[in-house]
Write a protein that binds this ligand. Structure first.
Ligand code: SAM
Length: 280
């Protein structure tokens, strides 16, 4: 489990560093071409070079395995609603945004960047993100450096009740059940306290949810399945006296997943969990 204190000493980043890519698939390609205006023949080398820098900042599998090229939010059926709401003024936070690829995709699709926010632990990731997407001079989104567990962070000081939509991709699964409850409660305070406020996202789960500590070196704190995710939100709702409609689906990983992920799918029953949690 990574948490706020960094990576466990038994974590082996080399298992999560794929060989350089040779091609970039849609829709990422069109973003680098049309949004970032990187010349076509430079896109692949630009991404390989920037991935190397980002992995040196923080060696998460999502960076080493190029998962930041697998844009995912637009695959959810709620995406048109999210886009429309941001265009109408709703504020969207990508919590644990790392390089901020989903924010760039939203801007490419017409969302005003002033309504978009990213939050992560270190400004170094935001800086590599600007270089990756070549938008330091144009993107007007705000990047907030905060640890989600810190009660005195910028996020808590300046953004309570500020957002209508929060996105977390590959985030909750880093933390234990108890930590996830703390995070869910924090998210509730960051969202506007009204019906329709939304948490959306995706994370790694398992067909059978976690029953014990994860093996040495794992970054995962707790694997949910659909039932355990709903049950966590029942606890959170009860303890915060709020009501949440939870829509969650477990999916197989796509065939584009890396060898290491496909091994975990085969041997451990890993799945991808997508969720929409809406305040009632
Ligand atoms: C596995 S990465 C996922 C990044 C991105 N959402 C994606 O899907 O590509 C998790 C991110 O959460 C950030 N993170 C970890 N612990 C955090 C904390 N306590 N508060 C805020 N961000 C945190 C990490 O720095 C990292 O960028």
């Amino acid at each position: 489990m990574a948490g706020s204190s960094g990576f466990p000493s038994s974590y082996d980043p080399s298992k999560y560093y794929d060989p350089e890519i040779q091609t970039v698939h849609e829709p990422a390609r069109v973003i680098f071409e049309e949004y970032s205006k990187i010349p076509n023949e430079r896109i692949v080398s630009h991404i390989n070079e920037t991935r190397k820098r980002a992995f040196a900042v923080t060696p998460y599998p999502c960076i080493g395995l190029f998962r930041f090229l697998e844009l995912d939010l637009h695959r959810m059926s709620i995406y048109p609603e999210i886009l429309e709401r941001i265009k109408s003024g709703d504020k969207f936070l990508d919590l644990g945004c790392a390089l901020g690829q989903e924010l760039r995709h939203l801007v490419y699709d017409g969302a005003p960047s002033t309504n978009l926010y990213g939050c992560d632990l270190t400004p170094d990731l935001f800086n590599v993100g600007y270089d990756l997407f070549n938008d330091r001079a144009t993107l007007q989104s705000q990047f907030i450096i905060s640890d989600i567990f810190n009660n005195n962070s910028e996020l808590v000081t300046n953004f309570i009740g500020h957002f209508s939509i929060i996105n977390t991709m590959s985030f909750f699964h880093l933390f234990t059940w108890n930590q996830q409850i703390v995070i869910a409660k924090r998210i509730i305070t960051l969202l506007r306290p009204q019906p329709g406020s939304l948490l959306v996202g995706r994370q790694v789960g398992k067909v059978r949810h976690s029953e014990g500590p994860e093996p040495e070196g794992s970054l995962i704190g707790y694997y949910h399945n659909e039932e355990s995710w709903k049950s966590m939100w029942r606890v959170v709702g009860r303890e915060t006296r709020t009501r949440w409609a939870v829509d969650v689906v477990g999916e197989k990983w796509g065939e584009t997943a890396s060898e290491e992920i496909l091994r975990l799918v085969r041997e451990q029953g890993q799945i991808k969990i997508r969720f929409v949690v809406r305040r009632e």
